[in-house]
Design a protein around this ligand. Structure first.
Ligand code: GDP
Ligand code: MG
Length: 267
């Protein structure tokens, strides 16, 4: 077990609810199935984060997919604190159900506790900052609370662990690495930049025809990176197309939504 997993399995013992953050563009690749073992017996809320970058119609299908799994799932742009009202309500609801079960089993009434978990770059820190904006207070060490843990009191009956659980992606399926490189969730050195840009351009021309033409004003045929380099004025000293620079622009445009809202994975 990795150090991150060990930490996560310790922290999970302290909470009633796991808020699982996935990237709405790649809900499967950004998921670590170990969460099912780690989070056994805990309530779960799934957040499809970065929904602002994903294709709305596809995201709606993912909501159905997770609902069929028996999970409450919501779409979110974590950078927008305005979207947190709905999240707080959902967290409250999932926790209330858990507490009612606890009370029946004679477990005494105390604030429900939650933690955020997800792979690097899923938006955990952004989420915690946004949801904590309207927090009642931060709580420090208290009796019955493991020393050193900081809790953000979202309301008198609900506390959030201020450090997220870090999960790692599972790379068993080779598409996982590619999809996470496309979103920028993992290190760029998995694929040379020009290859990554090539994969992105191929994906776009197949799945979202018209987007490349719209952004770069080129025909979606033939050698795209060179054509994009010339359109963007990415040229080397001798006037030759600078493919590396053009590839960088394509990758950045894709990740940041400048090529439109995109879902890489579909149900
Ligand atoms: N567009 C968009 N960007 C987001 C969202 N949530 C996080 N980000 C960005 O994603 C990057 C990684 O976020 P961060 O909170 O550091 O992820 P962490 O590694 O899970 O803590 C940052 O650049 C955030 O600004 C979101 O919902 N939408
Ligand atoms: Mg972080």
């Amino acid at each position: 077990m990795t150090k991150a997993m060990r930490q996560m399995s310790e922290d999970v013992k302290l909470v009633d609810l796991i808020i699982e953050l996935l990237d709405a563009r790649v809900p499967l690749s950004s998921r670590n199935p170990d969460i099912n073992t780690l989070g056994r017996g805990k309530a779960r809320l799934i957040i499809l984060n970065k929904a602002d970058l994903a294709d709305q119609a596809v995201s709606d299908k993912w909501l159905d997919y997770f609902a069929k799994e028996g999970h409450t799932a919501l779409l979110l742009d974590s950078r927008n604190p305005g979207g947190m009202g709905e999240i707080r309500k959902a967290v409250d609801k999932v926790c209330r159900e858990k507490k009612e079960r606890d009370l029946k089993r004679g477990i005494k009434n105390r604030p429900a506790r939650a933690m955020v978990a997800g792979i690097p770059n899923a938006g955990k820190s952004t989420f915690i900052n946004s949801i904590a904006k309207k927090a009642v207070a931060k709580t420090g060490n208290r009796p019955g609370v493991t020393r050193g843990k900081q809790w953000i009191r979202l309301n008198p009956m609900l506390e959030l662990l201020d450090t997220p659980g870090v999960l790692w992606p599972k790379f068993e399926d080779p598409s996982v690495g590619l999809h996470l490189a496309m979103t920028g969730a993992i290190n760029d050195d998995i694929l040379p930049r020009e290859e990554l840009a090539g994969e992105i351009l191929q994906f776009l021309s197949e799945r979202y025809p018209g987007r490349i033409a719209e952004r770069y004003g080129i025909d979606e045929e033939g050698e795209l990176t060179g054509a994009i380099a010339r359109r963007l004025g990415c040229l080397k000293a001798g006037g030759e197309a600078d493919l590396l620079r053009a590839s960088g622009a394509v990758v950045d445009d894709f990740r940041s939504g400048r090529l439109g809202r995109i879902s890489i994975e579909r149900t």
